[in-house]
Design a protein around this ligand. Structure first.
Ligand code: ZN
Length: 237
């Protein structure tokens, strides 16, 4: 399976706390954490030509992982349209944390994707609410992240096709933190944790979820449907 991890890669350049925590970038930590013989992983970042997402790269990508935060508006509409088309054609998309406000996620959802947030070093308890789902494979009833940013409801998304995780935060809020969506032939998994100033992408349960999410989003599927005028399969008279 060919995986492209797209990272905005700006916090790492601006904030020493982030570059100390993630010397290889958020994308590098995620790649190290999900490494497996059957995954071929490449990186793409905002400041590369075409944001690293040329048509050739997208054509060779089974699953695209997306992390962005402070520069969503710098992602060109042309590239967003290109990614959108590939998702509808069947490319898997795993959107992480602040990617909820990315142009591509908002376009696929059709809503504001807004939410409540707070940075206060809170504990997050991520509950598995769909234990039969393949994205929950290998997890317990819940797992905890000692320090995270809070995201709270209401999360302005369409009702997810499947809800896999609900998070509870120390301050009392809850959040639909693991959501799947089907769009065209494509599968989308949104997963909440991953604020850049916390070591979340070294947490083994978080990495397991991303690994499972990639496998789910990139799993084989049926033939592409044909649309438009159609000849009858059986004689009509
Ligand atoms: Zn954040």
């Amino acid at each position: 399976m060919n995986v492209t991890i797209w990272n905005e890669h700006r916090h790492e350049k601006k904030n020493p706390k982030v570059s100390e925590l993630y010397p290889k970038g958020l994308h590098g930590a995620i790649a190290d954490g999900i490494a497996s013989d059957d995954l071929t992983i490449r990186f793409a970042t905002l400041d590369e030509p075409e944001h690293g997402l040329s048509q050739a790269v997208l054509d060779q990508t089974d699953v695209l992982v997306w992390w962005g935060h402070i520069a969503h508006e710098e992602v060109s509409d042309e590239i967003v349209a290109r990614v959108h088309k590939r998702v509808l054609e069947g490319m898997g998309l795993v959107v992480l944390h602040s990617g909820h406000f990315s142009k591509i996620f908002k376009r696929l959802m059709g809503t504001t994707c807004d939410l409540k947030w707070r940075e206060a070093n809170e504990k997050e308890r991520v509950w598995v609410v769909n234990p039969a789902h393949p994205i929950a494979a290998g997890l317990g009833e819940y797992f905890e992240i000692e320090h995270e940013e809070m995201y709270g409801e209401h999360f302005d998304i369409p009702a997810p096709d499947e809800l896999v995780f609900v998070s509870w935060f120390q301050g009392g809020e809850v959040f639909r933190s693991g959501c799947t969506f089907y769009r065209g032939q494509g599968k989308i998994f949104y997963f909440r944790p991953g604020h850049e100033t916390y070591p979340t992408y070294y947490n083994k349960d978080v990495l397991k979820v991303i690994f499972n999410g990639i496998r789910w989003a990139g799993a084989p599927r049926g033939a592409a449907p044909k649309y438009g005028n159609h000849q009858p399969l059986e004689p009509l008279q």
